[in-house]
Design a protein around this ligand. Sequence first.
Ligand SMILES: *Cc1c(COP(=O)(O)O)cnc(C)c1O
Length: 473
Amino acid sequence: MKFISTRGSAPALSFEGALLAALASDGGLFMPEAWPRLQKDEIAALAGLDYADAAYRVMRPFLLGDPCLDDLEDVLSQAYEGFHHPAIAPLAQIGPNSFILELFHGPTLAFKDLAMQVVSRFMNRALRRRGQRATVVGATSGDTGAAAIEAFRGLDAIDVFILHPKGRVSDVQRRQMTTATEANIHNIAVEGTFDDCQRIVKALFGDRDLNTKLGLTGINSINFARILAQIPYYFTAAVTLGAPYRPTAFTVPTGNFGDIFAGYAAKAMGLPMQRLVIATNLNDSLPRALASGRYEPQGVIATSSPSMDIQLASNFERLLFELAGRDASRVRGLMDDLRSHGAFQLSQGEHGQLSELFSAHSAGEDVTEMTIRGVFEETGMVVDPHTAVGVAAAQQETSLGSTPMVVLSTAHPAKFADAVKRAIGMEPAQPERLTLKLGSEERCTVLAPDFETVADFIVSHAQAAAPLSGAQA
Ligand SMILES: *Cc1c(COP(=O)(O)O)cnc(C)c1O
């Protein structure tokens, strides 16, 4: 299968090519040239499989004919070894017809582990196959960086530079990143917002010379491989609830639109899906776009669910490509409007299509806190603020009838202990693997929110030009 750019003028690449490039050379995002479909019986056959086996069957069609296909089985058999639940992504029930999909059993206690543990292994193997090194650069509002550092630390073909907005990630998130001691890991605290970090990363990727010199690659959810590794849990959850014979609805706590886009992909592959609900905190550019057809990101508001403090949802471009009937010139036009006027307007047809499958609801800080309390009082279960935003959005959704609703639980409550304590008066239990991390010394460099400054730092610390030797990782 080939991967094409949403902006239409970059050459199509193999999966391995798109994995290593992350962003297309025309500034667009990679998409599969067509969605592979799983037949009803193939979906039904996922029931009862080990998570890694189910993931193999869901991901395989995207890799046909690609060198990475030979890695898939090994990558998946290792990727989930550090998870602390045998089901990897278990379902819990919180109401008569509502469920929580627990995606936080990985090493950094957030759903990002599910994809990052897969992507890091694919990348190191692909680089070793090509005898190359790469430099991973990523922006994080907290969880991506922690998951990336955990997944890439110690890999021999890759240096990792993670930018986070200084003072805008939780204590636990920061420590999970800055306590890594491996020489290939570099933390940069940018004096600005997540959007500043993301802007700098985009500018780095837009710089041809730097790209060549460093072998830049990205692990933010702009990398299609991340999206790909998030599709399987939609299938495993839906099959547990009766797919393909019964549709499911999902609510997804949303920031960059990567996780929910994986849900869209699952539907495009044939999973019966009644509705996808976009849940946001006060950063509500997507719910406003759903209501009006006009996408107009505003200033970022800091909330108790910081991994969703995002106004400019990068992966929304992938959905635009679909809504526009895969017309890349239309996507370019909309993205030009966004760049020059700070907004774009969907056509009636595009807006109509968007609303057919998606709903969107935002939850303010009070509602989020009340929801943590409500779930605790009704079920005894402690949910984190991101998950609570999801539960609150699911409660606002009235279109469901008898369809089961699955809320994606994207972080373990111990990662956001302060917010949880405010809501229920006590701290969530802290898993031992987190306690061990938090005591260690921190390593981090503070830099101005400025492209040149960050680029200079990376150039002087990356080993991209050093020879690659040693055994296959
Ligand atoms: C990253 C993240 C999200 C948002 O996911 P996107 O793919 O960016 O929409 C939600 N919750 C948590 C805990 C996260 O780490």
